[in-house]
Design a protein around this ligand. Structure first.
Ligand code: HEC
Ligand code: HEC
Length: 289
């Protein structure tokens, strides 16, 4: 496929999504005219960052460097990057009052720009529960415990939107997770899982993403399997997906039993991935083939 064809395919997919999302975005009985939307965006107060341009640090290479120039070009331009449909939805969720406490994220946290630096420290131990939390777990914790609002399901427009919006606040900052103290046992388990063979193909993560990075697996150029672009839009998925969604796909590639999103196993592996990407700049929301 040449660059033009890709651009057209993406534009078509994006406009289909706009229609799809518009339905999701207009909750019945709530005013959502252009003026209200503009006001909500102003209140959400997101950090204005440029797409990341540096993809190799400390000898580590982002998946961006293994992508084709056409795919890279889509990520390089926020107006072309379809992930921003989800980010825009997340921006509106930031100010949306939900739950019996009558609060929104904004009520307690103020403008979203205050979240700058937060995303790149996840997964991390939640002080109140002592458990290892992904950003998604933390968002649900705030919803259920503090807003008295229902939990969001992983991989829904709402969860992907709010998670992508919070991650965008840290765009351009290096991954920096804690692996000591109470995080240590999780880290050690994650490291072990990364090196454990699984599935009918009997392969571990490391076999594809370290030993074979730069080689082809059928049509796919194997990258170092870095987390730095997540959540990201994949042309193949026609949507944005979390790192857990990506790992599910990798489990499938080796014909292994999958784990539920948000499970302790995937969260523990994510901690290892985040440590392994240490120093690489978060480019979320990225774009891949
Ligand atoms: C059989 C080979 C194979 C194994 C084993 C495998 N993956 Fe992957 N993985 C892929 C392919 C193919 C892709 C898509 C191309 C790429 O980025 O490497 C991918 C992509 C990824 C990405 C996205 C990188 C990006 O920048 O988009 C991450 C993260 C990842 N894998 C993590 C894992 C983890 C964690 C494991 C172990 C649970 C694992 N993979 C096991 C083949 C594999
Ligand atoms: C009633 C107040 C309240 C509401 C509403 C609320 N939070 Fe929180 N949130 C907190 C408190 C308190 C903490 C823990 C202290 C801290 O880390 O700021 C926290 C922590 C967080 C953190 C972790 C910060 C870090 O440094 O690790 C994130 C991310 C977060 N909230 C996101 C959200 C999102 C997204 C929403 C809306 C869906 C939301 N919160 C709604 C009070 C709230």
């Amino acid at each position: 496929m040449n660059g033009g064809a890709v651009a057209i395919a993406v534009a078509a997919a994006a406009s289909a999504l706009v229609v799809g999302l518009a339905t999701v975005l207009a909750p019945s009985g709530e005013a959502s005219g252009p003026a209200q939307l503009a006001q909500a965006a102003a209140d959400a107060g997101g950090y204005k960052s440029e797409p990341v341009r540096e993809f190799k640090r400390a000898g580590k290479m982002s998946g961006y460097l293994f992508a084709t120039p056409e795919t890279q070009r889509i990520q390089d331009d926020d107006f072309e990057n379809p992930s921003f449909l989800w980010v825009d939805h997340g921006e509106q969720m930031w100010t949306k009052v939900e739950g019996s406490e009558g609060k929104s994220c904004l009520s307690c946290h103020g403008p979203a720009a205050k979240m700058r630096g937060v995303g790149v420290t996840y997964p991390k131990i939640n002080k109140e529960t002592g458990k290892l939390f992904t950003l998604e777990h933390q968002i649900n914790y705030c919803r259920t415990e503090r807003m008295k609002a229902p939990e969001l399901k992983w991989e829904t427009t709402d969860m992907l939107g709010i998670a992508a919006f919070v991650m965008l606040q840290s765009r351009g900052l290096p991954y920096d997770v804690a692996i000591d103290g109470p995080a240590k046992p999780y880290f050690e388990r994650g490291e072990k899982l990364y090196h454990t063979r699984r599935g009918q193909l009997n392969l571990a993560c490391i076999h594809c993403h370290q030993t074979n990075a730069g080689n082809y697996l059928r049509a796919d150029l194997l990258s170092e399997g870095m987390i730095s672009g997540f959540p990201l839009y994949r042309l193949k998925w026609q949507r944005i997906g979390s790192i857990h969604y990506r790992m599910e796909e990798c489990y499938g590639l080796v014909r292994a039993e999958t784990e539920p999103y948000g499970s302790e196993e995937l969260t523990t592996l994510q901690l290892y991935l985040a440590w392994r990407a240490g120093g690489l700049l978060s480019e979320a929301p990225g774009v891949r083939r």
